[in-house]
Design a protein around this ligand. Structure first.
Ligand code: SF4
Ligand code: SF4
Length: 179
């Protein structure tokens, strides 16, 4: 079942021409999402990753978005302002064809959560970028409130593989009792 609700949408625009590939955004995101917070700096746990091709002078920061269950066939090369970008450079999908946006231990998808719901919380990757590559803004929108079953299914499968289905069920039951 779905219903509409007003929601503050957080947006980050990316200007690849300003990026120097310092990768501070990756470190900041990984640190913000580590447990305990700021206790780990592994870029493999970041929800923003750099696509780098030094020969092409290509530096593109990509934030992860949707999960692709199967690889897509819509791969394109882009030419923007006379500069050619590689296939998938601007794709934010969590996709099996590339080694990023997966939690290294559990294989869970690492989707960008915009550093939380609070619109006043400027995302960490934006804060850390000293080249103004990332521009943060908000807008209000009416959205459909619905469950992303594909992501939930993948997450539950991964947790069941790691902990066993019974423990996952027990944890869910425990959470419901606490509500
Ligand atoms: S922090 Fe900014 S300049 Fe550095 S890699 Fe990220 S987007 Fe590029
Ligand atoms: S907005 Fe937050 S979660 Fe998303 S990529 Fe930037 S630091 Fe990571």
């Amino acid at each position: 079942m779905t219903h509409s609700k007003k929601k503050i949408i957080k947006e980050i625009k990316i200007d690849p021409d300003k990026c120097n590939g310092c990768r501070a955004c990756e470190i900041a995101c990984a640190a913000f999402h580590s447990n305990p917070k700021y206790n780990g700096f592994n870029p493999a746990r970041s929800r923003i990753r750099m696509i780098i091709n030094e020969i092409n002078d290509e530096w593109v920061a990509i934030r992860s978005a949707s999960l692709n269950k199967t690889e897509c066939k819509a791969r394109s090369r882009y030419i923007i302002n006379g500069k050619e970008y590689s296939e998938c450079s601007f794709c934010s999908a969590i996709c099996s064809s590339r080694d990023m946006f997966r939690e290294p231990d559990s294989d869970l998808p690492l989707k960008c959560d915009m550093c939380g719901e609070d619109p006043d919380q400027v995302p960490l990757c934006v804060q850390i970028c000293s080249r103004d590559v990332l521009t943060y803004s908000t807008r209000e929108e009416t959205v459909q409130d619905e469950v992303n079953w594909l992501e939930m299914e993948r997450g539950l499968k991964s947790l069941s593989k790691k902990h066993g289905l019974k423990k996952v069920k027990d944890a869910a039951f425990h959470m419901m009792k606490k509500k």
